[in-house]
Design a protein around this ligand. Structure first.
Ligand SMILES: [Zn+2]
Length: 416
């Protein structure tokens, strides 16, 4: 069986023929020359219609999927057409490549699929190609996917941010969190009103107007735009973020108090207490339970803050927004009297966002922010993988590629 027979079976295009296959002079790669089929006219790459020929450019090499340890190149001299419709001399369109890149579409899809399983660097090494070519491949596949994806009806979205570099460099991520459909819808640079605006522009008025639930944290630019753009939707504050804020405050209080006790030469009772205090008490081992019980006997700020935090967890057990509201008000009242500043700060913020928190109960707890949290953890894992260059563009592509559930360009043959 000849190489050309195999190629005709898996990578055949009307209007073109494989002419000849040979080794390169150094025998490391296989070169296959491609010719236009006699009598077939070239397609204008601007209007996608057949057009009369004009001239032919020098031969170009298009990289194909490597084969048994050999790099494979298709060699083809692009024709230029004199297109009357476009009133210009335009280079022809070829079905195996996109005109800008030297990789064939089949190879780009092949590399992009591997780049979802391996890091981009590993993909480049595994197939003896460069990081830049893997980047090109992912960019091609993601761009195609974004152009061809169907948004359809989106009932619920979750907005979240992740930090991608030191110095307050954040990305804003918007997920669809419908029952049964969860995917990354949009990535934006920064977490400002201007950048988040990009999400609403990208989705379009029609899709946005039909969103029923929005889940976000207490970041003011998000709150502001959601109020404006999704005024009909029920806006729910993300439960996870509230708990995370409280844990952060508690951790600050503990670290501060521990430092002060050390300076004053008191018993280091808070030593190694961090995880005892941050973990939910039902998740502690027996021995940790005893240590926690001992610790709670001390009259420390940390202990009082811990008890407030644990008491707060009861909120989520309510079914009615009215009773949850009463509980929340009482908790805030107690906390405001606690003389623990970080906790008072949280109480003030909870009071300020009271209605959005109670929306969680009005939405009948249907929106589990755990979904957003799960997606965001996946996003963080994606980010941590080594992509070579941690620029915004690289992260944007990597995130869409692994979490966007985008459609892929179709090939007639599955090269797996
Ligand atoms: Zn044209």
């Amino acid at each position: 069986m000849e190489l050309i027979t195999i190629l005709n079976r898996c990578h055949h295009f009307r209007g073109f023929v494989y002419h000849h296959a040979r080794f390169s002079p150094d025998h490391t790669s296989i070169e296959i020359s491609v010719r236009p089929r006699a009598g077939s006219s070239a397609i204008c790459s601007r209007c996608h219609q057949p057009a009369p020929g004009y001239d032919q450019l020098p031969e170009r090499r298009f990289e194909f999927i490597p084969f048994w340890g050999f790099l494979v190149f298709l060699l083809y001299a692009m024709r230029r057409v004199n297109c009357r419709r476009c009133a210009a001399v335009v280079v022809e369109e070829v079905p195996w490549a996109d005109g800008k890149r030297t990789l064939t579409k089949a190879y780009m899809l092949f590399l992009a699929r591997w780049a979802r399983r391996l890091s981009w660097k590993e993909t480049a090494e595994a197939f003896r190609t460069s990081w830049d070519k893997v980047f090109d491949a992912v960019e091609h596949v993601v761009t195609w996917g974004l152009e061809h994806r169907k948004l359809g009806q989106i009932d619920a979205i979750g907005v979240d941010e992740i930090q991608y570099a030191k110095g307050h460099k954040y990305l804003t991520l918007v997920y669809q969190i419908d029952l049964g459909v969860t995917r990354l819808l949009w990535v934006g640079k920064e977490r400002t009103v201007e950048s988040f605006q990009g999400f609403f522009t990208a989705m379009g008025q029609e899709v946005v107007s039909r969103i029923c639930f929005v889940c976000s944290d207490m970041w003011e630019p998000y709150l502001k735009l959601i109020r404006e753009k999704c005024s009909e939707a029920l806006h729910v504050l993300d439960r996870f973020h509230i708990v995370a804020k409280m844990n952060k405050a508690l951790d600050e209080i503990r670290a501060d108090e521990q430092r002060r006790m050390r300076l004053e030469g008191r018993d280091p009772v808070l030593h190694q207490s961090r995880w005892l205090l941050l973990r939910r008490s039902e998740n502690l081992k027996l021995e940790q339970h005893f240590r926690l019980r001992d610790l709670l006997r001390y009259n420390l700020k940390t202990v009082r803050a811990y008890l407030l935090k644990e008491a707060f967890q009861q909120l989520w057990n309510y079914d009615s927004a009215v009773w949850a509201g009463k509980f929340l008000d009482e908790w805030c009242r107690q906390t405001m009297r606690s003389r623990i500043d970080p906790m008072k700060k949280i109480a003030r913020s909870l009071r300020q966002h009271r209605e959005l928190i109670l929306n969680y109960f009005r939405a009948h707890k249907m929106l589990s922010s755990g979904v957003v949290e799960g997606l965001n953890n996946k996003a963080k894992v994606t980010m941590r993988k080594s992509y070579g260059f941690r620029t915004y563009r690289v992260l944007e592509l990597a995130l869409y590629h692994s979490l966007g559930k985008l459609p892929e360009p179709e090939l007639t043959h599955d090269f797996f």
